[in-house]
Write a protein that binds this ligand. Structure first.
Ligand code: MIC
Ligand code: SF4
Length: 640
């Protein structure tokens, strides 16, 4: 029987387990990436493991999320990341060089390699045929130390692409269509593998947009074949020798199949406040637009911004509509500058920002009160823009550029001829000199810290019986942005768990932290798909610091579930979803934690004497990790 691409890569990297969907597999990891917002914790944990030099083929530490450097905390973080990378043999990418995923695609990602990153959009590198997954910082730290990465063996979904993109339809519209069909929880523990006659014409940046936003399906990752387009991209990036062909066998089997006819696609838009609330752009005609933002790891490539410049050339945005552009990398900016494409952007009224995440994570560029912001990003969760009642819509770069001129949503049928589909130039300029490669003499490097960089505390083992109250009850699809918001003020505290913990759930329920402090211990009750979105392990570390012992839900998102395990919080699943309604804030629960077995069911009792059954999907190893108080304790125990 033939193999699909996902199975080929997993087979080559398998260090434990069997490739049976749902069973735990351990994978050897070739490359890792970290970014500043999650990276300081990841690197502190890496130091705590005490391994010396990284044992991967390549580890890169990017600074792209918070580069505002307001006050000492943020620049101290950057200096720590630079020095710890040099000491540990990792490559460092300074603030402003570009967004981690765009830079990794251009400079380091390899077909057939495994990559994990402490950022949920690491699957961007799937556009070049890497098996690239988002992970918690501790999992990345362990991978840097040469340990395997453990995941439930995913199901493989074949996304059969037929036809060809026409008119204004772009790669972004492919993934928006998939989100419309499958929803934000449709991809948990699945890999989306793209195949079919429609693949050949899609450029690597278009493919990367699609695999990037596969994260919004909750997927383990998404991947494209490595073919002639990949070869051309790598050659133009000066990395032709890293090309290898990687295609599925003709008789490859898949667990599921979804078909999308590219010829039928038209410009799509995700409406507030979830990436799966998708409709056609034309359906919103007449809605006024206050702001357009072009950029982010989803849509900030040379082709996106060249098209933007072409669309804006000779025109100007109306005064009511702000236009912000954050290019994905300095390489993109160099290409635009060389071709005279910066001037039309400036003349149109665009504000060109640094090559960073910027407005995507609420680092400036927040919309006005209740303002409509049309963005080329991947997430439009409530409040993520920094404006709690901001109305964020997600579209392609070409759609955003066109709409920025109109100041309102209009029907694409009125937009005139679509911009050309852009190929990379033959002589792509290099920015390799901007990366800081590790020195030969690592002993001479001193790791520099700052007063806001606080080493991780030691956590207790799990009690035999958990007795605590439900101190927060939340609904379905709670994101890690709900659990711990981003933005400049809070993100500056990512290296200081006691300080950042004070913001846990503050936009959902301001009283939660106070209740946790009064009680000293507590339980969170969630609905379906709890913890979707970002990989930030602070959304588990913060609750752990406050004393949360268990998170009881109908279902959990993959990366957040792993983070709960890593920090010793019990992830329990209601056997009967209807029991969710029986519990409320203040319900007292007794959980016989010691009676738990992998996959087994236990009876919790409530303070009103009711019995509620909960189960778990933990492996033996994961259960042991939780019982020892988290993964760092478990690693230390096994070393002693
Ligand atoms: C995001 O897009 O939500 C982030 C900010 O990039 C996060 C990482 C973080 O919270 O630092 C992610 O996607 O994992
Ligand atoms: Fe940065 Fe936004 Fe991409 Fe996250 S989704 S890595 S914040 S650009």
């Amino acid at each position: 029987m033939g193999m699909n691409i996902t199975h080929k890569i997993i087979k080559k990297h398998l260090v434990s387990g069997e490739m049976i969907p749902g069973q735990e597999v351990g994978l050897r990891i070739d490359q890792t990436l970290t970014q500043d917002a999650t990276g300081t914790m990841a690197w502190l944990q890496y130091e705590a493991i005490g391994i010396g030099e990284v044992r991967t083929d390549l580890s890169v530490s990017y600074v792209d999320h918070n580069t505002l450097q307001m006050g000492f905390r943020n620049p101290d973080d950057h200096r720590y990341l630079r020095t710890v990378a040099a000491k540990s043999g990792a490559v460092y990418s300074p603030a402003g060089t570009g967004i981690c995923h765009q830079l990794h695609l251009e400079n380091f990602a390899k077909p057939g390699a495994t990559l994990i990153g402490s950022d949920s959009h690491t699957p961007t590198a799937g556009g070049i045929g890497s098996m690239a997954m988002g992970a918690g910082g501790l999992s990345v730290a362990l991978a840097m130390a040469g340990e395997a990465y453990f995941i439930p063996m995913p199901k493989v979904v074949k996304v059969e692409l037929t036809g060809e993109l026409t008119g204004w339809a772009q790669g972004k519209d492919v993934i928006l269509e998939l989100l419309r069909i499958l929803t934000v929880k449709g991809g948990v523990n699945k890999v989306f593998e793209y195949a079919g006659p429609g693949v050949a014409a899609l450029s690597v940046p278009d493919r990367a947009t699609i695999t990037n936003m596969g994260a919004e399906l909750g997927a383990t990752t998404s991947i494209f074949p490595s073919d002639e387009k990949t070869k051309d991209f790598l050659e133009k990036m000066g990395r032709g020798d890293e090309y290898m062909e990687l295609i599925a066998d003709a008789d490859a089997e898949y667990d599921e199949v979804v078909t999308i006819n590219l010829s039928e696609l038209e410009p799509m838009v995700a409406q507030p406040h979830m990436p799966d609330v998708v409709c056609k752009v034309k359906d919103l005609a007449g809605k006024k637009i206050d702001q357009c933002a072009i950029g982010s790891c989803t849509n900030s490539s040379y082709s996106d911004l060249k098209n933007t410049a072409q669309i804006l050339a000779g025109k100007q945005t109306p005064p009511e509509t702000d236009l912000l552009i954050s290019p994905g990398s300095k390489q993109v900016v160099k290409m635009l500058a060389r071709e005279g494409l910066i001037e039309p952007l400036l003349d149109a009224g665009a504000r060109i920002l640094e090559c960073t995440c910027g407005p995507c994570i609420g680092m400036g560029g927040s919309p006005t009160s209740g303002g409509v912001s049309v963005r080329t990003f991947n997430r439009n969760f409530e409040g993520r823009s920094g404006t709690l009642d901001g109305q964020v819509y997600l579209v392609s770069a070409q759609t955003a550029a066109r709409l920025s001129l109109e100041g309102e949503f209009t029907d694409p049928a009125t937009w005139g001829p679509a911009p050309e589909r852009i190929e990379l130039p033959e002589d792509v300029p290099s920015i390799r000199n901007l990366f800081v490669f590790p020195p030969d003499d690592k002993d001479a490097v001193e790791i520099l810290r700052g007063p806001n960089i606080i080493a991780l505390e030691d956590f207790d083992t799990l009690p035999e019986t958990v007795e605590a109250k439900v101190l927060l009850k939340v609904e379905d699809n709670i994101t890690t942005d709900h659990i711990l918001p981003a933005g400049a003020e809070i993100t500056a505290l990512r290296s200081n768990i006691p300080a950042i913990s004070q913001y846990i759930f503050n936009r959902v329920d301001e009283g939660f932290v106070g209740r946790m402090k009064d009680a000293g211990t507590g339980i969170i009750l969630g609905g379906d798909n709890y913890g979707q979105g970002s990989s930030r392990e602070h959304a588990a570390l913060g609750p752990r610091h406050l004393g949360v012992k268990a998170v009881i839900t109908k279902s959990l998102a993959r990366i957040h579930r792993a983070n709960l395990v890593n920090f010793g919080i019990l992830p329990l699943l209601l056997v009967n979803s209807a029991d969710y309604d029986k519990l409320s804030e203040g319900s007292g629960l007794t959980i016989p934690a010691n009676d738990m077995t992998p996959g087994g069911t236990i009876d919790m009792t409530t303070d009103t004497g009711e019995t509620i059954q909960v189960t778990n999907d933990l492996t033996k190893k994961e259960l042991e990790i939780i019982q020892s108080g988290g993964l760092l304790n478990a690693v230390r125990n096994s070393a002693s």
